[in-house]
Design a protein around this ligand. Sequence first.
Ligand code: FAD
Ligand code: NAP
Length: 345
Amino acid sequence: MKKSQFLHTTADLNTFGVEHPCTSIHVVEREQTLQDLLHRLEDPLVLGGGSNVLFTGPMERPLLIMANDTIDVVGESSSAVLVRCGAGTHWHKLVLWAVAHDYGGIENLSLIPGKCGAAPMQNIGAYGVELESVFVELEAMRIHDQKRMIFDGDDCQFGYRSSIFKHELADQLVITNVTLRLAKKGHHHLQLEYGAIRSKLEEMGVRNPGIDDVSRAVIDIRRSKLPDPVELPNAGSFFKNPIVTHEKYQKLIDQYPHMPHYPAAAGVKLAAGWLIEQCGWKGKRIGQVGTYPYQALVIVNYGTHDGKEILAFSEKIQQSVAENFGINLEREVNVYGLEDDALGS
Ligand code: FAD
Ligand code: NAP
């Protein structure tokens, strides 16, 4: 390993709150400076809000943070608007902007932490809606030769919490802008299929919901169910919900008739949180790391500065679920800082 000067730490750069030394941090306010910077930096790691990463050791790679915070309407028809946002725009700020203008499509994605540039990475999703349903295109700069590139929805190869940027093109691009198509009032079909949204709207006394009602309902549900990283550091769901074959599902449902399950494109989706809970991990704590007492899929940091402790805890959960259910949970959180960044699952 080359000798590095660690002048900074990751402390304020990740919602897990772990603190590892890092060599340099570069904040890009204006897209125009990106080309120069990429020309100089060797193998940078691009970060947004750090809400989906786990650092597990010293970061040799320079950290590059996009901070171009812009929202612009770049096209309009009678039924929709095209909205281009800078990678550095906070996602929830964009959602609030859309709700305030009565533009529909992302209200179910209210209160997801992080920035717009990271949203395509795992095709963010919640309450029955995924980014891909409103996605038009993104602009990116290739790191090795600073070539400007445009990716439409097909190019991104979106899947369940996945895209080409997490796989074939991992670590090769800086996403600089994302353009979405949002529906104008009267042209939007609200997505209320997720049971909790309907019951929350009822509780709120809303009979004919609008975009703002759905957003408020989602915000309310999330605030009551999920830990705020500022109070209890975490990175949301640590693992993806597994998608199993119909044969595997049939075997499991015979054994566990109450097991939650949902149809999925390539089989049956199971709830990772339920599997983890069945293995006795809900609310369990080892040292300074535990699962959230109300949602076992969220790993929370009670005070460690060392991401390796969190990783070790997560591996125990994976082992337990594999032994009990024969299912390998795949990490959703991106792990960095060991010798090999691409740790997979
Ligand atoms: P980061 O964590 O900074 O980065 C994530 C990955 O994207 C890294 O691999 C990074 O290298 C890469 N990246 C970031 N920006 C760029 C860029 N401009 N160009 C190229 N690569 C980039 N996710 C959901 O999908 N649905 C949810 O409902 C949800 N709820 C959450 C709730 C909580 C409490 C928390 C803490 C997290 C939740 N997440 C959820 C996970 C996370 O918020 C999202 O994945 C979010 O999009 C990450 O954004 P970020 O800016 O923090 O990305
Ligand atoms: P939940 O409502 O307790 O449900 C548990 C799981 O069952 C969810 O992960 C969800 O899968 C699935 N599910 C529930 N109802 C469904 C339906 N009608 N159709 C299809 N799948 C259904 O989950 P939660 O933990 O409170 O989270 C609520 C939503 O916010 C979920 O969409 C979740 O993905 C999202 N969220 C994501 C993160 C993250 O970090 N990625 C963190 C917090 C919340 P899906 O996850 O596929 O929707």
